[in-house]
Design a protein around this ligand. Structure first.
Ligand code: LGS
Length: 448
């Protein structure tokens, strides 16, 4: 029997990006530097010395990109605002010229009938705030709420759906624990503090939103489910540590459950206790939650793997993307069901899902054939549909990404777009995956 994958009425279809990955012109019109400007301009940090100086030149080509969204039938567009464009010092003075960029973009989206979904923070902290300790400074909760207020007020009535912070775990694990991402620190002591302040900042922004904003607000988490490598007790303990360190570190306190016990074991003397009232702030109720989903992991015990003492076992029986991530769509269904239970049925949205595969640098005869991405997209949409059938309150899907872009420290070497970007000419070409996606949208999934 062939199944129908028709999605429910009102299901929101879109694509996602992030400011530093696409905009370019990061210092234009009075903007301040961000930690990503600094990180990318420090030798050794970025593959092939790539930077976001130009990226997809979206700062100048946003009109063309909105037209592209129309061709893709998108109903929504998830983007992030660069904090240091809007507030060059991160606090106090507003740079109106920077704010105007987002003003034009939001109006352009609304004119095209595309709903803007705005992420306040997708990793590009103002460098001026990093000079004051960045996420290590407890004052950042107020700085972040003040910045949020500027946007909540400016876009009241125009932007209805807000996300506070994109992927707290990646900010902390990449930025403060292992140092692969900006600001490039490597300290468990710092990671524990930064993680707590990221959560406090989220809570402070949600509270401010309730005072001055209008619409829905939530956070965006990356969840990578951890499957058992064996039935050995030490592997199960490793699996639990990995799940606590990546998935539950942020989810549990947001849901009012405090930090998972396992983190004490993972972080040892770097762990610390935090004041009771912080946990009330962190657990301030939200309206929705975003899920960024790419892959699963199958961790086994490995005492040498700092600090989690777990190492993923490669599942050689399955395909892996260009970034080395296993393709295993059933785990998306499992994650959605799990998250639905964990959040007590909070409305969920897939705010990112996608895959990097080799695509040529130039389009050939106006086409980019990307059969692997087409397969990935189809199978993950079906997996999302399975979760809806199991009762998950899933409200939308945002493909990562609208455009090939700067994949952080991997530079331009990894292409995630449903639209190809020729980085020599800035020419955009909708890939086969984008053409399929447009059809998925116009048929509510029936084409699957
Ligand atoms: O471009 C980023 C995408 C690409 O893959 C986006 O800015 C982020 O929000 C997000 O983190 N992104 C992403 N994450 C996948 C992480 C998978 C980690 C798997 C590690 C296995 C060893």
């Amino acid at each position: 029997m062939t199944r129908s994958y028709e999605f429910p009425e009102g299901f929101l279809w879109g694509a996602a990006t992030a400011a530093y990955q696409i905009e370019g012109s990061s210092m234009a019109d009075g903007a301040g530097a961000s930690i990503w400007d600094r990180f990318a301009h420090t030798p050794g940090n970025m593959k092939d010395g790539d930077t976001g100086d130009v990226a997809c030149d979206h700062y100048n080509r946003w009109r063309e990109d909105v037209a592209l969204m129309t061709r893709l039938n998108l109903q929504a567009y998830r983007f992030s605002v660069s904090w240091s464009r809007v507030m060059p010092e991160g606090r106090g003075r507003i740079n109106e010229a920077g704010l105007d960029f987002y003003d034009r973009l939001v109006d352009g989206l609304l004119e095209a009938g595309i709903e803007p979904l705005c992420t306040l923070y997708h990793w590009d902290l103002p460098a001026a705030l990093d000079d004051r300790g960045g996420w290590l400074n407890p004052d950042i909760a107020d700085w972040f709420a003040d910045y949020g207020q500027v946007l909540f007020e400016k876009f009241k009535g125009r932007i209805k759906t807000w996300g506070t912070i994109n992927e707290p775990w990646v900010i902390v694990d990449g930025g403060y624990l292992h140092g692969a991402l900006a600001p490039g620190h490597r300290s468990a002591f710092e990671a524990v503090i930064a993680g707590h302040n990221v959560l406090r900042a989220h809570g402070a922004a949600v509270r401010r939103f309730r005072e001055v904003g209008e619409g829905r607000i939530g956070i965006v988490l990356n969840i990578e489910p951890k499957y058992p490598a064996s039935d050995k007790p030490e592997d199960e303990a490793a699996r639990k540590r990995a799940e606590a360190q990546m998935n539950r570190w942020f989810l549990d306190p947001l849901m009012g459950r405090g930090y998972p016990e396992e983190l004490k074991d993972v972080y040892g003397r770097a762990w610390r206790e935090f004041p009771r009232e912080d946990f009330d702030l962190i657990a301030t109720p939200t309206d929705w939650m975003g899920l960024n989903w790419y892959t699963r992991a199958v961790p086994e015990n490995d005492p040498s793997a700092w600090p989690v003492r777990a190492k993923p076992v490669k599942q050689v029986q399955h395909a892996h993307t260009e970034t080395g991530w296993e393709v295993y769509p059933p785990a998306l269904t499992d994650t959605l069901v799990w998250l639905h239970e964990q959040t007590g049925g909070l409305p969920l949205m897939i705010t990112e899902n996608g895959s990097a595969w080799y695509d040529p640098p130039h389009a050939i005869d106006g086409r980019i054939h990307d059969p692997m991405r087409v397969e990935y997209l189809k199978n993950h949409l079906k997996a999302a549909h399975d979760a809806i059938n199991k009762g998950v309150n899933l409200t939308g899907y945002m493909a990562w990404s609208l455009l090939d872009n700067l994949e952080w420290s991997l530079g331009f070497s990894k292409r995630f777009g449903i639209t190809h970007v020729n980085f020599q000419t800035q020419e955009r070409t909708i890939k086969d995956s984008g053409l399929l996606y447009a059809e998925v949208i116009s048929t509510h999934g029936k084409v699957l």
